[in-house]
Design a binder for this molecule. Structure first.
Ligand code: FHN
Length: 437
C-alpha cells in the first residue's frame, strides 16, 4: 500500500481537523440508523444467517423474498426528517456480505439481483431531505472465503483487507460527499494493527477529507459508539446506537414487536441524556423486506418530531456537558443547559396538577421562566435555595407526549447545589459508596 503513515502521524493528522469536522455532529444530537439487507426477508433479525444456521448457499435464497420497492429510501429519509433527525446511517453491507450498491468488488449485490443501487437512492434521498449521510460498513463477513482464514493466514488477511478496503473506496468515491463511515464488528482481527486501520482509514480520509469515522475499526477515531445503552463517554465524542425495541436491528414482525417498541417518551428520555452529556442518539429502524418502514416505528417517530419542532431548543445544539449535581430539576423531571449555563431547560416528564412546583438547590434566581413549547410566562418566587413556580396550568401544557420543557433564563451562570438544605448529605457521605453524587 502506497504512502503509509505511522499511528502517531495519523493521530496528529486527524486531530488537526477534528473540531472542524465534528462541529455539525456535536450540534446534530439525533440520527436515524437504518438496518436493511437480505436479513429483512428472514424476519428473525439481522443475524438470521448465523443464529438460524443457514449455509451460505441456503441463505442466498433470501434474495427471492427480498424485494426493495421503488422509493423505499425516500420513505426512510422523509420519516427521519419528520422525526427531527439530522443525519441517517444505512447498512450498506451487513455481516451477510450482501452489498446494497452497484459494486464491482462484490458481485453479491442489489444491482446485480434487482438492478437497484440502494446506496445511491439513499444518498439522493438524504440530500433531498437535508440529512447528513452515514454509510455503515461491516468488517465481519460471513461469505468471503478469507474472512476467517485471515486470522492465521497472512495472504488471506491481505486479500480480505483489500476486499474490505476496495468496497469502502467504492462507497467513498462514487456517491459524492459522505459524512460518516460507520464501521461495525471488527471480527476476527482483534487489533487496529491487524486490520491495518491506520493506513486504510488514512487512505479513505483522503477521499473524503471531512468524514467522521467511528471507533469500530479497533481505534478510538472520531466518536465512541455505546450500543443499546445511553452511556456517555466522559471526555470524548460519542453516539449511543439503539434498536427501537431492545431485540433486533433487522426487521421483526411489526405486529408482534409492537409491545416492545419504544414510545416517543422513552426515546425523548434517551435524547435528554444525550443532550445533557454531550452525545448523540442514533435510533434504528429495520425496514421490511420491501423496504417499507415498519408501522410500529411510525407513530413514535412522528410524535417525537412534533415534540422536537416545539421544544428542539432544549435538545439540539451544543449544550453544557453536565454531570452529577451541576444543575438539577426534581424527581419528575431532568434538565439540559446551555454551554454558559445561563439557560436551563427542565424537561418535566410528569406535570403537577396542583398548579405549583418547586426546585430545591437553586442558589441563584432566574430572571425569567417560560414554557418552551408555548412561550407562556411562568410566575415564580425564589426564597433561600428554593424556586417555587406558581399559578401553573393544571393541565399539562405539552399536547404531543406530555413532556413540558420549562426554560429558565439567568443573568449569570446558574448556581446550583443539590440537597443544598442538607449539605451534610454531600459532605459527610462516603462517596466511594456511590452516594451523594
Ligand atoms: O452485529 C451487529 C449488529 O447486527 C448491529 O448491526 C449492531 C449495530 O450497532 N452492531 C453489531 C453488534 O454490535
Amino acid at each position: 500500500m502506497e504512502n503509509r503513515i505511522t499511528p502517531e502521524e495519523y493521530k496528529a493528522f486527524t486531530k488537526e481537523s477534528k473540531d472542524r469536522r465534528m462541529e455539525w455532529f456535536r450540534n446534530a444530537r439525533f440520527g436515524m440508523f437504518i438496518h436493511y439487507g437480505l436479513f429483512a426477508a428472514a424476519e428473525t433479525g439481522e443475524w438470521a444467517q448465523l443464529w438460524d444456521g443457514y449455509t451460505i448457499k441456503e441463505y442466498e435464497k433470501m434474495t427471492e423474498k427480498f424485494c426493495p420497492k421503488e422509493g423505499c429510501a425516500e420513505e426512510w429519509c422523509k420519516l427521519a426528517k419528520e422525526a427531527g433527525a439530522k443525519y441517517a446511517v444505512l447498512t450498506t453491507r451487513h455481516h451477510e456480505g450482501f452489498s446494497l450498491w452497484n459494486s464491482k468488488v462484490n458481485s453479491f449485490n442489489s444491482y446485480n439481483y434487482y438492478g437497484r443501487d440502494i446506496v445511491k437512492e439513499f444518498v439522493e434521498a438524504c440530500r433531498k431531505y437535508d440529512l447528513r449521510i452515514g454509510l455503515y460498513s461491516s468488517l465481519m463477513d460471513w461469505r468471503h472465503p478469507d474472512a476467517w482464514k485471515c486470522m492465521d493466514d497472512e495472504e488471506a488477511r491481505a486479500r480480505f483487507l483489500q476486499y474490505i478496503e476496495d468496497m469502502n473506496v467504492e462507497l467513498l468515491s462514487n456517491y459524492g460527499k459522505i459524512d460518516i463511515l460507520w464501521y461495525d464488528m471488527p471480527w476476527p482481527q482483534m487489533s487496529s494493527k491487524n486490520w491495518d486501520s491506520v493506513n486504510r482509514n488514512y487512505k479513505l480520509r483522503q477521499l473524503q477529507p471531512d468524514i467522521l469515522i467511528n471507533n469500530r475499526s479497533r481505534m478510538a477515531e472520531d466518536f465512541f459508539t455505546p450500543e443499546e445503552s445511553v452511556s456517555p463517554e466522559k471526555d470524548a465524542d460519542w453516539e449511543a446506537c439503539m434498536t427501537f425495541n431492545g431485540i433486533s436491528w433487522g426487521y421483526l414482525d411489526e405486529d408482534q414487536v409492537l409491545p416492545y417498541t419504544y414510545s416517543a417518551n422513552q426515546v425523548l428520555r434517551m435524547l435528554r441524556t444525550c443532550a445533557r452529556a454531550g452525545g448523540n442518539l442514533l435510533l434504528n429502524i429495520g425496514p421490511k423486506p420491501d423496504g417499507s418502514v415498519p408501522k410500529d416505528a411510525v407513530e413514535p417517530l412522528q410524535k417525537l418530531g412534533a415534540w422536537l419542532r416545539d421544544n428542539g431548543e432544549a435538545a439540539y445544539g451544543l449544550k453544557a456537558r453536565l454531570d452529577g449535581n451541576e444543575v438539577g430539576a426534581n424527581q419528575i423531571g431532568h434538565c439540559t443547559a446551555s454551554v454558559d449555563k445561563k439557560t436551563v431547560y427542565v424537561w418535566e416528564y410528569v406535570w403537577p396538577k396542583a398548579g405549583k412546583m418547586s426546585f430545591g438547590g437553586y442558589l441563584s434566581a432566574p430572571k425569567k421562566i417560560t414554557i418552551l413549547g408555548t412561550g407562556e410566562n411562568v410566575e415564580f418566587e425564589h426564597v433561600g435555595h428554593r424556586l417555587t413556580l406558581k399559578n401553573l396550568p393544571t393541565e399539562c401544557p405539552d399536547k404531543h407526549v406530555g413532556i413540558t420543557v420549562l426554560k429558565m433564563e439567568f443573568d449569570e451562570p446558574c448556581q446550583y447545589q443539590f440537597s443544598s438544605y442538607y449539605p451534610q448529605m454531600l459532605n459527610g457521605v462516603d462517596k466511594s459508596e456511590g452516594y451523594g453524587n
